[in-house]
Ligand binder design. Structure first.
Ligand code: PLP
Ligand code: COI
Length: 340
């Protein structure tokens, strides 16, 4: 029985569900996937994830369709990205098959927590890979723990599909690149907390980062990629220090399908003044239109859209993406894994 929660008003927040799934790699092999109802991990005090940030995480979502079936969006892409991350920071990768199996098990065992169709909420799936072997020198671990936890969530930005304001903070970069080798490691998000805090204190929903070397180009937002639209062209930054977003990759496909040109290239700061529409995109953020960008150093302000409404292309892209994710439209790209 589906839980009775106030689904339409769920925040993007951790909530205990029934199970998480776990496996440990030691003595050269992965152990079986085990279900756990504990929210805790017993861990060695010298674990490499604690000392040297040897950890990676992923984020994907499951949705209930009108037909009552649960759909998971592009889990194979998350599995591949986690393998790339693991290899980059010398962790034992989780094989794609095992990752997919674990996602299916954890969603199936937490069916009651998958928000109903029409609520606007979804089940957020958070795979985590951490070095749990003891090391005092800077070396890779000899033991790894893979866990997937889930939580029903509402929109990441409380505004939902409404334009937000974001702030450029040139003084605080994320310490390490997120993009190199397609990585999504945990520690470098902590380096962005200061910037997010400054943005929130200024009344902004998020930070927008410039490339940390030259500060000439747009990188991405705190939890999401950036895109701008002008002259029937969807433009998104190419950068070594951003996360290759699966949502953005999907939007590039959908934009082409709608007849837009797609450009993935360096986006100079000055180009911000030329976009007709701008937005953030990611699993948690979905598409969050940007209404205003404020540069705290230069005082520049860039605005997008009219009357506080999302632009027409952003709206079309949002509706098309949602329709595929919820199963309201055909899935011509084979993006959705169904759990009956
Ligand atoms: N950029 C950052 C820094 C992120 O944390 C995320 C979310 O995972 C994204 C972009 C969006 O990536 P995806 O669309 O794969 O969720
Ligand atoms: C996601 O969109 O899945 C993310 O990981 C963003 C965030 C909560 C860091």
């Amino acid at each position: 029985m589906t839980k009775s929660l106030d689904w339409a008003n769920l925040p993007f927040k951790y909530m205990k569900t029934d199970y998480n799934v776990r496996s440990t790699w030691k003595n050269g092999k992965w152990g079986p996937l085990e279900l756990s109802d504990s929210e805790y991990i017993p861990m060695h005090i010298a674990a490499t994830c604690l000392h040297y940030g040897q950890e990676a995480f992923e984020g994907l979502k499951a949705y209930t369709g009108k037909d009552g079936k649960i759909r998971i969006f592009r889990p194979d892409a998350n599995a591949k990205r986690m393998i790339a991350t693991a290899e980059y920071i010398f962790m034992q990768p989780v094989p794609e098959e095992m990752f997919l199996e674990a996602v299916k098990i954890v969603v199936d065992k937490n069916r009651d927590w998958v928000p109903p169709y029409g609520s606007g909420a979804s089940l957020y799936i958070r795979p985590l890979l951490i070095g749990t072997g003891a090391r005092i020198g800077v070396q890779p671990s000899d033991e790894y723990t893979f866990i997937i936890l889930v939580a029903p969530t509402g929109p990441y930005f409380k505004e939902g599909f409404k334009p937000v304001s974001v702030m450029i903070d040139r003084d605080h970069d994320r310490a390490a690149p997120l993009g190199t080798g397609h990585i999504k490691v945990g520690g470098n998000y902590a380096a962005s907390l200061i910037s997010i805090d400054l943005a929130h204190k200024g009344g902004y929903a998020a930070s927008l980062y410039l490339d940390s070397g030259s500060k000439k180009y747009i990188d991405e937002c705190g939890p999401a990629n950036f895109f701008g639209i002008k002259n029937d062209t969807y433009i998104t930054p190419y950068s070594h220090s951003i996360l290759p977003s699966i949502t953005n990759d999907s939007l590039c496909v959908l934009a082409k399908e709608m007849g837009l040109k797609v450009e993935r290239r360096k986006v100079p700061y000055e180009e911000l003044s030329t976009f007709e529409e701008a937005g953030e995109c990611g699993t948690a953020a979905v598409i969050t239109p940007i209404g205003k960008i404020f540069d705290a150093t230069t005082g520049d302000i860039f605005t997008y859209g009219k009357d506080g409404k999302p632009g027409p292309w952003s709206e079309k892209l949002y509706n098309r993406l949602r329709a595929i994710q919820y199963g309201d439209a055909e899935d011509p790209y084979g993006w959705v894994t169904i759990i009956d």
